[in-house]
Design a protein around this ligand. Structure first.
Ligand code: F6R
Length: 607
C-alpha cells in the first residue's frame, strides 16, 4: 500500500526522505516521488518503478530541509510517472502526497476543470492540491482545513507550500499518520518504520485531525480548528529490528525470529503457580468474562486463518462456542451483535481497513471488541476496548509468518485466561502453560529441518497445483500453508478440510498434483490416514507434516516433515512453521521476489 514520509528540520531532507521511502518499500508500490522546498521554490521529482529509478533522476544538488515523499500503489489511474505522487496545483507551489480514496474525486475534478484548473494526472489526489491552492486562508493549515471540508473519503495527507518552507501540514481521516519527534527536527509518515532512525517518540493522529509541523514542534487541531493536545509515546521497537541483517530476505529473517518472538509474546504473562495467564490489557474483569456466552474472531487473510485455528483453541479450553469470520465480509451482512459475545479482532498491522471497519461495526452496535494486534498504537489497537499485543517485533515481509504464530500464542493465552476463570482445572492449565513455554525451543528444532524442506520444495516447485489438507484446527493450518505458497511462489494451491476431499476435489488428485497434509498424531489421526489412502489410490504425491513414529504414515507419504509434539491444542502452531519454510524454499527455487510478491501489499489500508 502507499507510503508517506515527510521531514522538516535542519538536516538535508532528500537523503532522509529517500531512506524513509526505502523503509516503506515492504508495503508494496509501483512508483515513487518527492517534493522539497528549495531556495529556488518547490521542486518535484517522480518515477514509475522502484525507488532506484527516482534516485537516478534526482539532480546532484537538491538542497532543502523541508520535504515530502511517497510510494504509490495504484488505485486511481495506472502506475506511471504522471500518476506518481506528489501532485501539485496549477502554479506548482503546493505539493500533496496522499493515502486513501477521495470518494467525490470525480465530481471535484469536474468542478475544478470547469473553473479553469489544469489537471495533469488521472488520480483523485491531484484534486486536493488544486483545492488547497484555491481555498484561501491565512496560512497553509487553514487552507488545508478549508479544502478538506469539501472532501468525502479517506485520507492520510501531507502537504508542503513553497510560501511556508518551514512547515509541513498533515491530516488524517481513515488512513494512518504518525509524527516522529526528533532533536530539533520532525518527521511525519504513514508507518513508524519510516521514522525509526530519526525519532524516539511518536504521536498518532486521530481521524479528522490536522497538524502543522515545524522543526521546533507541532500543533494539532480538529477539522473545525479546535486545538487538541496530543501526547507522545516512545517507539516500542529498536531500529535494528527493522533491518534485514545478514539474511537474504525479511521473510527468512522473520521465520527464524519466531522462537524469540514467541518468547516475547509469552513474557511476563504466565503464572506457573496457578496455571494461569495474566493479560493486563483486556480491560475486562473476571465477572465480565464469566458473562461471555460466545466468542467471534475477526481478521483478514492470514489473520482470519489464525482466527480459524484460534477458534478451536478457545472452544476446547473454555467450552465457549467460538467461531471465526473474515472481517472483510462481516459488516456487509449486517451482523447481529450480541452483548454476551466477545469479539476479537486480529491484525498484525492494526491498520487493515476491512478489520477496522468490522471493529467499528461491532462497537457501533454496542458490542465489545478485543484486539490481538502487533503494531503498538495502531488504529485497531486504539479503537478496541482492550487487547493483547503480540510483541512479535516489526514484520516487514509481505507474507505474514511470525505474526501468525504469535497470534496463535496470544489466542492460547486468552484461552488459558478464560478457561481458568471457568472450568479448566489448575493441572490442565499448568500443562498448557508448560507446553507454551516449550514452544520456542521446539520451533528452533523445526528450523533445523531446512535442508529436508528445501529438497521437498525442489520437487514441489515444478508443479502447477497443490492441495493442502487438515482436520479441525489443522484445516486452518492448511489454509495458511496454501496461502503462503500462492502468495510468494505463485503456485496454485487450495486448502480443504481433509474429509471434504472425497466430496469433489479428489477428481483433481493425480501424480501431477501433490497434497501437503497436516497430520498431527491426535484423536483424528486414523481418519487422516484414510484421507491419505484416498490420495495414494489416485497416485497423488503426499507431503505429510506430522509427529514422529508411525510406520503407516511413512508408508503413505512421499515425504514426512516431522515436528515435535506439543499439547494437541498447540500443535497447529508448530505445524505451521514447515509450511512457511516450504513456501519460502519454493519461491526461492523459482527465483521469486519473496519479500514483495506481485500484486500484494503489506497492510491493506483501503477497502
Ligand atoms: C498473508 C498476509 C495477509 C494479512 C492480511 C491481514 O501473508 O500477510 O493475508 O494477513 O492482509 O493483515 P493484518 O494482520 O495486518 O490485518
Amino acid at each position: 500500500m502507499c507510503g508517506i514520509v515527510g521531514y522538516v528540520g535542519n538536516q538535508e531532507a532528500v537523503p532522509i526522505l529517500l531512506e524513509g521511502l526505502h523503509r516503506l518499500e515492504y508495503r508494496g508500490y509501483d512508483s515513487s516521488g518527492l517534493a522539497v522546498c528549495t531556495r529556488g521554490g518547490l521542486k518535484v521529482h517522480k518515477a514509475e518503478g522502484k525507488i532506484q529509478q527516482l534516485e537516478t533522476r534526482l539532480p546532484k544538488r537538491l538542497k532543502a530541509t523541508t520535504g515530502i515523499a511517497h510510494t504509490r500503489w495504484a488505485t486511481h489511474g495506472e502506475p506511471s510517472d504522471r500518476n506518481a505522487h506528489p501532485h501539485t496545483d496549477c502554479t506548482g507551489r503546493i505539493a500533496v502526497v496522499h493515502n486513501g480514496i477521495i470518494e467525490n474525486g470525480a465530481e471535484l475534478r469536474a468542478r475544478l476543470l470547469a473553473a479553469g484548473h489544469e489537471l495533469r494526472s488521472d488520480t483523485d489526489t491531484e484534486v486536493l492540491a488544486h483545492l488547497i491552492a484555491s481555498a484561501g486562508g491565512a496560512d497553509l493549515e487553514e487552507s488545508v482545513r478549508r479544502a478538506l471540508g469539501a472532501i468525502e473519503g479517506t485520507y492520510g495527507l501531507v502537504v508542503v507550500d513553497e510560501r511556508f518552507p518551514d512547515r509541513i501540514v498533515a491530516a488524517r481521516n481513515g488512513s494512518p499518520v504518525v509524527l516522529g519527534i526528533g532533536e530539533r527536527e520532525m518527521l511525519v509518515a504513514s508507518d513508524v518504520a519510516a521514522l525509526v532512525r530519526h525519532a524516539e517518540r511518536v504521536v498518532y493522529l486521530d481521524d479528522r485531525e490536522v497538524v502543522s509541523i515545524r522543526a521546533s514542534g507541532f500543533s494539532t487541531t480538529t477539522l473545525e480548528a479546535e486545538p487538541i493536545e496530543k501526547s507522545a509515546t516512545p517507539i516500542p521497537w529498536k531500529v535494528e529490528l527493522y533491518d534485514r541483517g545478514a539474511h537474504e530476505h525479511f521473510m527468512r529473517k522473520e521465520i527464524e525470529e519466531q522462537p524469540e518472538a514467541v518468547e516475547r509474546s509469552l513474557r511476563g504473562r504466565l503464572d506457573a503457580r496457578f496455571g494461569i495467564a495474566h493479560l493486563g490489557g483486556l480491560n475486562l474483569s473476571a465477572r465480565d468474562l464469566l458473562e461471555v456466552r460466545r466468542i467471534k474472531l475477526l481478521g483478514c487473510g492470514s489473520a482470519y486463518y489464525a482466527g480459524l485455528v484460534g477458534a478451536h483453541m478457545l472452544e476446547r479450553l473454555t467450552r465457549i462456542p467460538t467461531d471465526a469470520e473474515a472481517a472483510s465480509e462481516f459488516r456487509y451482512r449486517s451482523p447481529v451483535i450480541e452483548k454476551d459475545t466477545l469479539y476479537v479482532a486480529i491484525s498484525q498491522s492494526g491498520e487493515t481497513a476491512d478489520t477496522l471497519a468490522a471493529v467499528r461495526e461491532v462497537r457501533r452496535k454496542g458490542g465489545r471488541v478485543l484486539g490481538i494486534v502487533n503494531v503498538v498504537g495502531s488504529t485497531i489497537a486504539r479503537e478496541c476496548d482492550g487487547g493483547i499485543y503480540m510483541h512479535a517485533g516489526p514484520e516487514v515481509a509481505v507474507a505474514s509468518t511470525k505474526a501468525f504464530t504469535c497470534t496463535l500464542v496470544c489466542v492460547a493465552l486468552l484461552a488459558l485466561h478464560l478457561g481458568r476463570i471457568r472450568d479448566l482445572s489448575p493441572s490442565d492449565g499448568k500443562r498448557i502453560l508448560d507446553a507454551l513455554e516449550r514452544l520456542p525451543e521446539q520451533i528452533r528444532t523445526i528450523l533445523t529441518a531446512t535442508d529436508q524442506i528445501r529438497a521437498v520444495a525442489e520437487r514441489l516447485k515444478d508443479r502447477n497445483d497443490a492441495f493442502f489438507i487438515g482436520r479441525a484446527a489443522g484445516y486452518g493450518v492448511a489454509l495458511e500453508g496454501a496461502q503462503k505458497l500462492k502468495e510468494i511462489s505463485y503456485i496454485h494451491a487450495e486448502a480443504y478440510p481433509a474429509s471434504e476431499l472425497k466430496h469433489g476435489p479428489l477428481a483433481l488428485v493425480s501424480p501431477e498434483t501433490p497434497t501437503v497434509a497436516i497430520v498431527p498424531n491426535d484423536d483424528l489421526f486414523e481418519k487422516s490416514l484414510s484421507s491419505l489412502e484416498e490420495i495414494r489410490a489416485r497416485r497423488g504425491p503426499v507431503i505429510a507434516i506430522a509427529h514422529n513414529g508411525d510406520a503407516r504414515l511413512h508408508a503413505l507419504a512421499d515425504d514426512v516433515i516431522v515436528v515435535p509434539r506439543s499439547e494437541p491444542v498447540l500443535d497447529p502452531i508448530l505445524m505451521t512453521v514447515p509450511t512457511q519454510l516450504l513456501a519460502y524454499e519454493c519461491a526461492i527455487a523459482l527465483g521469486r521476489d519473496v519479500d514483495q510478491p506481485r500484486n500484494l501489499a503489506k497492510s491493506v489500508t483501503v477497502e
